[in-house]
Design a protein around this ligand. Structure first.
Ligand code: SF4
Ligand code: SF4
Length: 269
């Protein structure tokens, strides 16, 4: 049975989180304060792990609140699945999905060629952004952080930094599909590290005739190349590595209903 409800639910989740920030700020109810880079939910600190890493790299120390807020977030995504943040919470992830649709539309109309990707992978950029904090003593990535900029833009209103988000978006539409999330964003890379040990994950646990429909909708099709994976009869094939954003599009696409969200303990969906 096809599970078509995942994408709508995921989009509602992203919009709900952003709306929660906006309403808390505008109505001054102080339930959720701050932005996706750092916030307080009914008094509990929640900090983006890469912000904390930058603070450590830049200042060689880190306030207790930052550690508590980061540990809380890390524990949550260890349970939910590391990069679930990217597809279920991040507003730029949602915008980037729209950019991907426009990109494929332009490719189909033969207006652009498509198929471009950055020559270096996400952990090179991760090291670069962290290294820049060490060298400068500043949180350099935050100047370019489309997640933080967009989150603040939505909550507090327009700012000139929004132009940067627009430029990244247009580059994704016209040149390289989803290049920011696939290669550049160290936030996604930090959550991607949790993918290796998280409880929540994606797996193939049914029949497969290698039709490739799952890969055709995946942000990183190579992670669904089952032909080149070692599989054992009757055992689930877990999608490993840092690229999976737990979007569930492969679950929706599989005609045999063989892809699912799983926990290490039992199937969830
Ligand atoms: S990679 Fe970065 S910008 Fe992309 S969805 Fe994840 S956190 Fe958001
Ligand atoms: S493997 Fe599935 S859930 Fe993971 S990114 Fe690809 S399509 Fe999304």
């Amino acid at each position: 049975m096809k599970k078509r409800w995942i994408t709508p639910l995921r989009r509602i989740s992203v919009i709900f989180v952003s709306l929660f920030f906006i309403i808390s700020y505008r109505a001054d109810i102080q339930i959720l304060e701050g932005s996706l880079s750092g916030s307080r939910f009914i008094g509990f600190h929640l900090i983006d792990p890469f912000v904390t890493l930058q603070v450590i790299a830049a200042h060689n120390s880190v306030p207790a609140n930052l550690i508590i807020g980061t540990v809380t977030i890390v524990l949550f995504y260890l349970a939910a699945g590391g990069r679930a943040f990217c597809s279920w919470v991040c507003p730029y992830g949602l915008l980037s999905e729209l950019g991907e649709k426009l990109h494929f539309f332009l490719v189909r109309k033969k207006i652009i060629k498509g198929g471009l990707s950055l020559p270096v992978g996400r952990y090179w950029f991760f090291a670069l952004w962290a290294g820049l904090s060490v060298v400068t003593g500043l949180l350099v990535f935050e100047i370019f952080n489309v997640v933080g900029i967009l989150s603040r833009f939505l909550i507090y209103g327009a700012g000139a930094a929004g132009i940067w988000v627009l430029l990244v978006f247009l580059a994704e539409v016209f040149f390289a599909r989803r290049f920011w999330c696939r290669s550049v964003c160290p936030i996604g890379s930090a959550y991607g590290l949790l993918n290796y040990v998280s409880v929540g994950r994606i797996a193939r646990d049914g029949d497969c005739d290698n039709c490739g429909r799952c890969a055709s909708v995946c942000i990183e099709p190579s992670i669904l190349n089952f032909k080149n994976m070692k599989t054992e009869e009757g055992k689930p094939v877990y999608i490993k590595g840092s690229a999976c954003i737990l979007c569930g599009r492969c679950i929706e696409a599989c005609p045999k209903g063989s892809m699912s969200y799983v926990s290490r303990f039992k199937n969830l969906v």
